[in-house]
Structures are given as C-alpha cells and as structure tokens.
Design a protein around this ligand. Structure first.
Ligand code: NAD
Length: 479
C-alpha cells in the first residue's frame, strides 16, 4: 500500500504521533494508501521551516530566479501528465480524461506564474514637489494553503505556484480525502532543486491540522478553498492573530438561457458543466434558468443527451465517475429524497454501468424540474450531478432568480443579443460571468473568486498575485 508522508524542511517524514489516515478509492471503496494524521507539533515544524527559508534565502532570491524554478516544475508536470492522471483518478474517482486535463491545467499554473514572478510592479504616485512616493508589492512571508479534495492537482497548483512566484514560502494542508498528486508535485519540486524549506506539506484532518495551521503565528496569510461553513471557522481562527486570508468558497451557479440562444453551442457546454467531476465543482452550472418560450424545445433535445450519460469507475473513463466518499454520496442522495418528497419531477437520469463495484460511491446524474425557487434544491450547493430547471418569463425575472441565492461565484448567459448580454452580465452578483461559453477551470490567466457566500479575494491571473503580496508605500523627501 502506498504511504504518503509530510514534507518538512525538504525531508519526507511521518507525523510525530505516527498516526495515519487511510485513503479510500472512490471507485471501489477499498483502502489503497495512507497519509499522516498530523498535529500541532507537525504544523509548528513546517511553519518554522518555511519562516527560516523566507528569512534566510527565499526573500533574497531574485524574482526571475523564482520563476525559473516554477518553469522547471511546469515542464516536469507536462512530462508526467499520464502518471499524475493515474494518481489523481485513483484518489478522487474522476475519469482519467478529466485527470489528464487537470494535470495540464496544473502545468499551466506553474508556467503562467513562472513568467509572472518578475512582473509584479508597484506604482509611482504624484505627490508634492520634492517628494517621491511609490508603492511596491512585497510577499507576506509565509502563506498557509488549505486545499479541497475535488481538484487537488488544479487547486494545489493554482494557490502555491502563485504564492511562490510572489516570493512567499508555503505550508500546505491538502484535503484528507485526496491529496497524493499534491505530494507528487512537491516531490518534483524538491528533486528539481527548489531549495528545501520553501514548500512544506502537512496532511491531516481539517479540524486538527487545518485549524492549527490557521492559528499558527508564523503563518502570515491563509488561502482557503473549501466550503462556506469551514471558511467561517477559518476566518475566526485567522482573526485570532489578525492575519489576512482569501476565501474561495462554494457556488450555486446559474446558466441563463434566452430563447434566441444557439442551442447547438449551449447544450453540450451546459451538460458538461454539471457532470464534470460528478458535479463536485465549485463553479458547476447547477441551475438551468430557462426562457419559457424555449423550454420545451431545449428540454426535448437535452433530456435525450442527459439520459445517455453513463457513470463508471475512474479507469473505465466514461462520462462521469463516482463521488468522493460515502458521506458525499449520502448527502447528494438526501437531495434526491427531498425531490421525491416534494414531488419535483425527474426529467432525465443517466445510468450507472453494471460493471462497477458495489462498494464504489456512485449516483445517477439527474435533471430535475421545474424546481421552485425557494426549494433547497434551487438554493443549496448540492455538490453532485443534479441540474435544477427553473423557467422564467422575462429578463428581469431571470436576473432576479439568478441572484436569488446566497452564493455568487460564476454564471453563464446564453443569448445572441449583445445588449442583453451586457445588461445581464452587469446585473449579476457574482465573480465571473461567461457569455455564450462557460468554464472557470482552464483559464489560469483569468481572475477567479466569489461574492457573497462564495467568498472574497481572487486567485488566478495577475489579480491572484495581489492577494499574495502586501502593498508597501515608501515616501522619500529630496532636495
Ligand atoms: P471543506 O470545507 O470540508 O474542506 C476543505 C479543506 O478545509 C480540507 O482540506 C479540510 O481538511 C479543511 N478543513 C476542514 N475543517 C477545517 C477547519 N476547522 N480549519 C481549517 N481547515 C479545515 O470542503 P470540501 O468538502 O473539501 O470541498 C467542497 C467545498 O469546497 C464546496 O463548497 C466547494 O464549492 C468548495 N470549493 C470551492 C472552490 C473555489 O475555488 N471557490 C474550489 C473547490 C471547492
């Protein structure tokens, strides 16, 4: 059985307690690997290691040199796409083709931030005669990164590649359900000569290892990606030492489909956005807000596509894999029970291959509707492959439904009318709007993040670097 370890000061080690957590393959429910269950002492060692690295050498390493390390890691990831995809699929259950895409995106994050490392500029500010005022962006020092299980490769790379580029040293707490690909990338980094101490990884449970990380005095800034509920806990803990943080939280993202949309273009994208990663995607398009005038035509075609979906194990490489865990499966099925109880029609269901293990965490993808706007199916993040259909009569109503949840992460608008595209985009309360396209995942250059319960701060692109640096103002008087 594979055994993951913590990476502290450039050395792979067990947790001090020697306790472990078993990793479960979602495709068959079997144990296949273990990782350390780490405690306060392990976090302390990792945070001190990162602090030493920052003070001694990383803060003095020229930006372009930091970029060179990141480019080497990117090249290695590109060479290792298949190897990383196999690890990711076993760990998360996602089909191999999805994991290959995730590995490519991971390589792109390192590539993008390799080039960005020496392009983090300040400003010169016009002030009084004889005064030179300017700003520079400095690294926080040590950043802590808490990563979810749904996209370890992508989420891990996007947060710590950016942080290293910005000049920070990092302590990473990946998810206890799936994290082997993050350990693998860190191993690449060490093998490629990244100075030891710069990247430290400590695995464990959220309420133990994660909470210690947030409270630790040597961590200057926390990047959290996960659920809004845990995000609130993280904010309480970072507030104890007044650190800054970024919150990448959940979503209940809408597709708004107007009657003049290009159906052929819209349908496959909308379908993919709910089944990708079995719906366990923060930016999943989980609400289909559709013009009553086109609803019947759209659904006639769409239900057929939906009914053809086939679910299987990660190595069967079908449309969809299992969910991550028994807990997640039960959570998703509770929404199915709710739909049945409230007599919400099931318009279409995909099927599960007969060849899958009975111990895997499989659910059928479902198309449900019409779903009342105040139903929890329409308001809560299901984090599973359930798409809720909600009809509308006019543009104002569509916008009001789209904005009618506590979340505000992403949205899709489908219409050929250019004025409507801009009117609606401007009215949506969310961090990213896609017009006649959709997909937050691949665009490493495009700032990403939420409003409302979906969080604050931005990752990805140059904007992500702002969060990972602090602005220092220098005012110089001269004669
Ligand atoms: P989660 O919040 O349960 O866990 C996320 C991470 O937080 C894990 O590493 C976990 O160990 C850790 N954690 C748990 N309790 C903690 C605590 N008290 N202190 C510190 N850390 C703690 O989320 P999840 O179930 O792993 O992921 C699903 C959620 O993440 C969904 O809501 C999804 O939308 C969201 N998500 C958001 C984004 C984004 O970029 N906006 C991306 C992926 C996932």
């Amino acid at each position: 059985m594979e055994k993951g370890q913590n990476l502290i000061s450039g050395t792979w080690v067990n947790s001090k307690s020697e306790d472990i957590i078993q990793l479960i393959n979602p495709s068959d429910g079997g144990n296949f690997a273990s990782i350390p269950r780490s405690g306060a002492i392990d976090i302390d060692l990792a945070a001190k290691s990162a602090r030493r690295a920052f003070d001694k050498h990383w803060s003095k390493t020229p930006a372009f040199e930091r970029g060179k390390y990141l480019q080497k890691i990117s090249n290695k990831i590109y060479e290792s796409i298949d190897e990383l995809a196999i690890i990711e699929s076993k760990d998360t259950g996602k089909p191999l083709k999805q994991s290959r895409v995730d590995a490519q995106v991971a390589a792109r994050y390192f590539e993008f931030y390799a080039g960005a490392a020496d392009k983090i500029h300040g400003e010169v500010i016009p002030s009084q005669q004889g005064i030179n005022s300017f700003t520079k962006r400095e690294p926080h020092g040590v950043t802590g990164h808490i990563i979810p299980w749904n996209y370890p490769l992508q989420m891990g790379s996007r947060t710590f590649a950016a942080s290293l580029a910005a000049g920070n040293c990092v302590v990473i707490k990946p998810a206890e359900e799936a994290c082997l690909s993050v350990l693998k990338i860190a191993n690449f980094a060490i093998e490629l000569g990244l100075p030891p101490d710069v990247i430290n990884i400590v695995t464990g449970y959220g309420d133990e290892t994660g909470a210690y990380l947030c409270k630790h005095r040597d961590i200057d800034h926390v990047c959290f990606t996960g659920s809004p509920e845990v995000g609130s806990l993280v904010q309480q803990n970072v507030a104890l030492s007044n650190k800054s943080c970024t919150m990448e939280l959940g979503g209940k993202s809408p597709h708004i489909v107007f009657s003049d949309c290009d159906l052929e273009n819209a349908m496959p994208v909308i379908l993919n956005s709910i089944i990708q990663n079995s719906g366990q995607t923060c930016s999943a398009g989980s609400r289909l807000i559709i013009d009553k005038d086109i609803k019947e035509k759209f659904l006639n075609l769409f239900t057929e596509k939906f009914s053809n979906l086939l679910v299987g194990s990660s190595d069967m490489d079908l449309d969809m894999g299992p969910l991550i865990s028994e807990t997640q499966k039960n959570r998703v099925l509770s929404f199915y029970d709710k739909a049945k109880k409230d007599s919400i029609p099931i318009l279409a269901s995909g099927s599960i291959s007969e060849q899958v293990s009975k111990n895997g965490f499989y659910v059928n993808p479902l198309l449900l509707g019409p779903v009342p706007v105040n139903s929890t199916l329409a308001t809560d993040e299901i984090f599973g492959p359930y798409l809720c259909v909600i009809p509308f009569s006019n543009e104002d109503e569509a916008v009001s439904i789209a904005n009618g949840t506590d979340y505000g992460l992403t949205a899709g608008i489908w219409t050929k009318d250019g004025s409507r595209q801009m009117r609606v985009a401007n009215s949506l309360k969310c961090g990213q709007v896609f017009i006649n396209c959709y997909g937050a995942g691949g665009g490493v250059e495009i700032p990403f993040g939420g409003m409302k319960k979906s969080g604050f701060g931005r990752e990805k692109g140059m904007e992500g670097l702002r969060e990972l640096t602090v602005c220092k103002t220098i005012v110089q008087k001269f004669n």
